[in-house]
Design a protein. Structure first.
Length: 89
């Protein structure tokens, strides 16, 4: 088990990147294409949280971590809405 938090974060980022790549390269049926896009966006959100928490050391500053988490969540929801909007029109 790796004890260094930076190495664990790096491994998690590599795993999430591989997952997002695999999802984006798969040929999804039309009915679930939006779900695949939402999954890729969710993985990107998780990667951003790992970077903010571990590499920028926001785990030591709960107030700032919460602020960044809220703004990142709102931004990701906005991106999700923009991604899904053409399918609704």
């Amino acid at each position: 088990m790796i004890r260094d938090p930076l190495l664990r974060a790096w491994g998690a980022l590599i795993g999430l990147s591989l997952g997002a790549t695999a999802i984006s390269l798969w040929h999804w049926p039309r009915e679930v294409e939006a779900g695949a896009g939402m999954l890729v966006l969710s993985l990107a959100w998780l990667k951003a949280r790992i970077i903010l928490t571990t590499y920028l050391r926001l785990d030591a500053a709960p107030f700032w971590r919460r602020g960044f988490a809220i703004s990142l969540g709102v931004f990701c929801l906005l991106l999700l809405g923009l991604y899904l909007l053409p399918g609704l029109l």
